[in-house]
Design a protein around this ligand. Sequence first.
Ligand SMILES: N=c1c2ncn([C@@H]3O[C@H](COP(=O)(O)OP(=O)(O)OP(=O)(O)O)[C@@H](O)[C@H]3O)c2ncn1[C@@H]1O[C@H](COP(=O)(O)O)[C@@H](O)[C@H]1O
Length: 106
Amino acid sequence: MTMTLEELAKTVAKRAKADPEDSWTARLIAKGPEKCAEKFGEEAIEAIIEAAKGNRAGLTAEAADVLFHFLVMLEARKVPLSDVMDELAKRQKRSGLAEKAARKGL
Ligand SMILES: N=c1c2ncn([C@@H]3O[C@H](COP(=O)(O)OP(=O)(O)OP(=O)(O)O)[C@@H](O)[C@H]3O)c2ncn1[C@@H]1O[C@H](COP(=O)(O)O)[C@@H](O)[C@H]1O
C-alpha cells in the first residue's frame, strides 16, 4: 500500500473543513496559519533528532509527520501543492550548485 503526496493533500483540504472535534487537521487549521507553521517546525525538529541519532524507524515515522504537517501548513496559507511541484520542476534543468552560484552573483 502506498500513497502520493497529492492524494494526502486532497485529504488535508477536505478534512480542513471538518469539525475540529472530529479532525486533527481541522483543529490545527482552526488555530491559524502561524500555529500550523509552528507545528511543522516542531515535527521537523523531531525528524532532525531521529536522523542525527541514526534511528531509521524513528526517522521514517517523524518524516511522515513532517510531510503531513507540511501539507497542513500549505493548506493554511492556501498554497497549492501543485505550485510547489511546479517550482521544483522549473529547477530540474539546473543543478543545485549552479543555482547557488547564480544567486551569489546577484
Ligand atoms: N497523516 C496524518 C497524520 N500524521 C500525524 N497526524 C496527527 O498529528 C498529531 C501529532 O500530534 P502531537 O504532536 O501531539 O503528537 P506527537 O508528534 O506524537 O508528539 P508528542 O505529544 O508525543 O510529543 C497526532 O494527533 C497524529 O495523529 C496525522 N493526522 C492525520 N493524518 C491524515 O489526515 C487524515 C485526516 O485526519 P483527521 O483530520 O484527524 O480526520 C488521516 O486519515 C490521515 O490520512
